[in-house]
Write a protein that binds this ligand. Structure first.
Ligand code: TTP
Ligand code: MG
Ligand code: MG
Length: 357
């Protein structure tokens, strides 16, 4: 369908918001969910922080020791994955009701293609008018989630997945932003180039050297020129800077990924510490996966060495496989490859498995 209306929803400070809901005494305080800070000596990372803690500069993936330094009085909580998984299921069961074309992105994030449900019944109206109906639906969805789960979310609506996602990022927290096709460039222009999904710090640095900071400037560069500089992805960047994204909301399968990692108390090379820990991680990931019917699509192993040097190795599979033995064999092989390639002490190991349900 040419004229589409896509909705993107993402829960606000998801893990930390659930913790606030479960423990009302934390409301109004900075809350950080992640590894144990051990009074500044902890070695894991932050999973997420509420918006009060973010004011201190704390964010996801930051070393927990740094977070402790920035705000020692914050409430530090361990990750209760089982609880967040359950809440996620409840929320996604609500989201799914709003369109049969549903795509789960992560525990707290999903897309809906509203084209069939919103645009089609309104052929007698203009495509632009139907955005109003999309907005009404989004408000209803946010309200229903809040009523049933007592959690706030943010929704973005646009003519494609890219714009819907970027709109929700801009509208956070507890927001709703609708971008109609004729508003795309105006919406994108003032944003930094890094706001484009897929434009990381390295790409942004190259662009900055060319004097390109905002999407407005980027959108004026010819596609062929970006292709020259960045190769194949240059074409993709050129499209995104113009708000073009043809990717479909994938309704058939739900791809999700489950991951766990562990930071050792002391950097180590001891196989009797590394491998039993890794086996425990594999078992935990497996337990979490077993909640549904699934096939393994990819296995990725991460190793962080002394000095924070982080390496990962992954393997993808075409054909569905889903047994623990297979996962153990694949994951251990990848870990071994990483360890053989790098002789440094190991700080952290982790496993992520992508499955299709
Ligand atoms: P996000 O949706 O990226 O972040 P968020 O919900 O905490 O905050 P917001 O959307 O309001 O910006 O991630 C969802 C959850 O995934 C997050 O609550 C915790 C977890 N997570 C990690 O464990 N590590 C990470 O590096 C990130 C980015 C998220
Ligand atoms: Mg979120
Ligand atoms: Mg998210």
């Amino acid at each position: 369908m040419k004229n589409r209306i896509i909705l993107h929803i993402d829960m606000d400070y998801f893990f930390a918001q659930i913790e606030e809901r479960e423990n009302p005494q934390f409301k109004g305080k900075p809350v950080v969910v992640g590894a144990d800070p051990k009074e500044g000596k902890g070695r894991g990372v932050v999973s997420t922080a509420n918006y009060i803690a973010r004011k201190y500069g704390i964010h996801s993936a930051m070393p927990i020791s740094k977070a402790y330094q920035l705000c020692p009085k914050a409430v530090f909580l361990p990750v209760n994955h089982e609880l967040y998984q359950k809440v996620s299921e409840n929320i996604m069961n609500i989201v799914k009701k709003y369109s049969p074309r549903f795509e789960l992105v992560s525990l707290d994030e999903a897309y809906l293609d509203l084209s069939e449900t919103v645009v089609k019944p309104l052929l007698w109206q203009s495509y632009y008018d139907s955005y109003k109906k999309g907005e009404v639906l989004a408000k209803k969805l946010k309200k229903e989630i809040f009523k049933k789960e007592k959690l706030t979310s943010t929704v973005g609506i646009g003519p494609n997945k890219l714009i819907a996602k970027m709109a929700s990022v801009e509208a956070k927290p507890d927001g709703l932003l609708v971008i109609k096709p004729n508003q795309i460039q105006k919406f994108l222009n003032p944003l930094d180039v890094e706001k484009i999904p897929g434009v990381g710090p390295k790409t942004a640095e190259v662009l900055r050297k060319l004097g390109v900071n905002k999407i407005k400037e980027l959108s004026k560069i010819k596609k062929s020129k970006l292709k020259e500089i960045f190769g194949k992805v240059g074409k993709d960047i050129a499209d995104k800077a113009r708000g073009i994204d043809k990717s479909e909301v994938c309704p058939k399968t739900e791809v999700k990924s489950v991951g766990k990692e562990h930071t050792f108390d002391k950097d180590t090379r001891d196989p009797e510490i590394i491998f039993p820990t890794f086996e425990k991680i594999i078992k935990e990931v497996w337990q979490e996966l077993q909640r549904g019917d699934f096939s393994i699509q990819g296995v990725s192993v991460i190793c962080r060495f002394q000095g924070f040097e982080t390496k990962s190795k992954q393997k993808s599979f075409e054909k569905a496989k889903s047994n623990l033995e297979f996962l153990e064999k694949t994951a251990k092989k990848l870990l071994l490859e990483l360890l053989l390639k790098n002789q440094n002490l190991v700080r952290l190991i982790g496993l992520r498995v992508k499955v299709e349900e």
